[in-house]
Design a protein around this ligand. Structure first.
Ligand code: DAH
Length: 357
């Protein structure tokens, strides 16, 4: 056998041994370059074919091609084997133990007042009301004037309202532009009338603020929900039926209700709405002042002045409105004795009311 044939055979043996020893894909690539690169062993041998005698050249050419294909095939196969092993190792690294105990996730819950808020939203949603929220920072004009509250009305007293002061000015001097913290959600009635057109059915839940000495039953911030309906031929009978249904949905079917005359500047006529005592259910107890009843909200037919402030013609449309506090209902629902606990942000207290999600 010729010298060239020996060298080709030797090259194949060496290459296959080196491949078998290659530990990873990188080593195989290095080997490939040392064989097939510009001055690689196979490249050089193939170049030598030109010098072979013409008689021997076909046989040598055939052998050279066989060696090259055998080595190329071996390289492809070795790479496949190594890659499969790599993937196996990575899978083993990433293996999940499905039987390992999970890490506990602490899931929070709604504040008890917000659970009441959610219940209100759900009940009124079912009655066809939409949510319409207004700003906590209001103007004197919206909070009072648009609601037919004249300047000498007691609720405008400096001691009931938190006025926003000009920067650097004595905080007891109200801002010249009449900026205040809203004392109730009623101004949102006017905002809703200006933004929507009849028929309007909205509730306007939100936070309110008053200048109050804080004690077990008074807070300087609290939550209200206002309701407003504006339509043709809306009457006090509609208001009455709706509130009776609402009371039963919130407090249960056995709840008794009654209406009493009331007074609010923004409704005419105005009513107070009572439900049978949420603590004793009727016979009378300390919580209801022995009367068996609790007043939960004020309501009435929207005053024509308020409709006009909202851009609505009182000759064409009527409406009714109601407003109530969420905080006291929360206290009654859970038998909580002190309003200040609701604002305490104390987890020992809050974690006792996990019901709301
Ligand atoms: N805004 C009143 C308050 O804060 C509650 C209220 C009473 C709202 C009668 C109304 C209403 O919409 O018609 O005490």
């Amino acid at each position: 056998m010729s010298d060239l044939a020996n060298r080709l055979n030797q090259l194949q043996t060496d290459a296959l041994a080196a491949l078998a020893a290659a530990a990873n894909a990188g080593a195989v690539e290095t080997l490939r370059a040392s064989l097939f690169g510009r001055s690689g062993r196979i490249t050089v041998l193939l170049r030598g074919l030109g010098a072979v005698d013409a008689g021997e050249r076909p046989a040598m050419g055939k052998l050279a091609n066989e060696v090259r294909s055998a080595v190329e095939a071996a390289i492809t196969e070795r790479l496949a084997t190594l890659r499969a092993a790599d993937a196996g190792a990575r899978l083993a690294d990433e293996a999940l133990d499905m039987t390992a105990p999970g890490r506990q996730v602490r899931v929070g819950h709604l504040h008890p007042t917000m659970t009441v808020d959610r219940d209100f939203r759900e009940i009124f949603h079912a009655f066809g009301f939409e949510i319409f929220e207004g700003p906590e920072i209001e103007t004197d004009a919206m909070n009072f004037e648009a609601l037919n509250i004249p300047p000498d009305h007691p609720s405008r007293d400096l001691w009931d309202t938190l006025y926003v002061a000009e920067p650097g000015v004595d905080p007891r001097q109200p801002a010249a532009d009449g900026t205040i913290l809203r004392t109730h959600t009623s101004p949102v009635q006017v905002r809703a009338m200006r933004a929507l057109s009849p028929p309007i059915r909205v509730i306007t839940p939100g936070r309110c603020f008053r200048y109050e000495a804080v004690d077990a039953s008074h807070g300087f911030e609290f939550f209200q929900v206002e309701g407003l309906v504006v339509d043709r031929d809306t009457s006090l009978a509609d208001l009455k039926g709706m509130l009776e249904e609402f009371a039963r949905a919130l407090f249960g079917d056995a709840t008794k209700t009654r209406f009493r005359p009331g007074y609010y500047p923004f409704t005419e006529p105005s009513v107070a709405f009572d439900v049978s005592c949420l603590v004793c259910g009727g016979p009378g107890c300390a919580a209801c002042g022995r009367s068996g009843w609790m007043t939960i909200l004020g309501a009435g037919m929207v005053h024509p002045t308020v409709l006009r402030a909202g851009g609505i013609d009182p000759d064409e449309f009527q409406g009714y409105a109601f407003g109530m506090g969420l905080d006291r209902i929360t206290l009654l629902r859970h038998g909580i004795p002190d309003l200040r606990l609701l604002m305490s942000a104390d987890l020992r207290f809050l974690e006792q009311f996990p019901g709301g999600r």
